[in-house]
Write a protein that binds this ligand. Structure first.
Ligand SMILES: [Zn+2]
Length: 199
């Protein structure tokens, strides 16, 4: 388990002499064990006033921020991503000329994504700018909301109602499906526990 000491966007590290220093660069933050972090906090009470211990295993976001850096993609990487999508934007499906395409992280780095090829998609500039660092499903559901709202206010309310009903049904079906899966799993677990208890 690793801990860092932080206060807002300030992090603690030890210089080559072992002196307590501060940095705004999370990648420079020192990874301590729990005991080390406690000792450092005690040793530099004044300097580290307001600093707190953050468990990196409990906060994946911090962990990811440290581990996965945004990459400057090489020409080779770009060709691979572009070819993987045959030059089409993975979000809107439109063809994008090679000198205009951007690389989008399907799962954003800030949400645990990596720079691996399978997490990269070809995206046109507009889609990439709109999606920013949201997850694909969140982005698509936001788009759906925008379109439906705009339809309701600017176009045909009757059509909007129809689509909204379908949408609601689809959502209910999804919830039911998920509940079914959870129920099945818990029944399975109960059966396993019962078998263990019997033996
Ligand atoms: Zn697009």
């Amino acid at each position: 388990m690793a801990y860092i000491l932080k206060k807002g966007s300030q992090y603690c590290y030890l210089n080559s002499d072992g002196r307590v220093c501060k940095t705004q660069n999370i990648r420079q933050a020192k990874h301590f064990t729990k005991e080390e972090a406690t000792a450092v906090l005690k040793r530099a009470t004044k300097k580290l006033a307001g600093y707190e211990m953050v468990d990196l295993d409990a906060t994946p976001k911090e962990k990811v921020a440290i581990k996965v850096k945004r990459k400057n993609f090489s020409a080779e990487d770009r060709v691979m991503v572009y070819n993987q999508y045959e030059g089409r934007c993975g979000i809107c499906g439109e063809f994008v000329p090679f000198d205009e395409f951007t690389i989008d992280h399907v799962i954003p780095l800030s949400k645990g994504g990596t720079n691996a090829l399978k997490n990269l998609q070809c995206a046109c500039k507009i889609c990439n700018a709109l999606k920013q660092d949201s997850l694909s499903e969140d982005f698509l559901s936001k788009l759906e909301e925008i379109i439906l709202y705009q339809m309701k206010t600017n176009y045909d309310e009757a059509l909007w109602k129809k689509i909204n009903t379908i949408r609601r049904r689809r959502r209910m079906a999804r919830i039911k499906q998920n509940c079914g899966r959870i129920l099945k799993k818990s029944l399975q677990n109960r059966r396993i526990h019962a078998t263990i208890a019997k033996s």
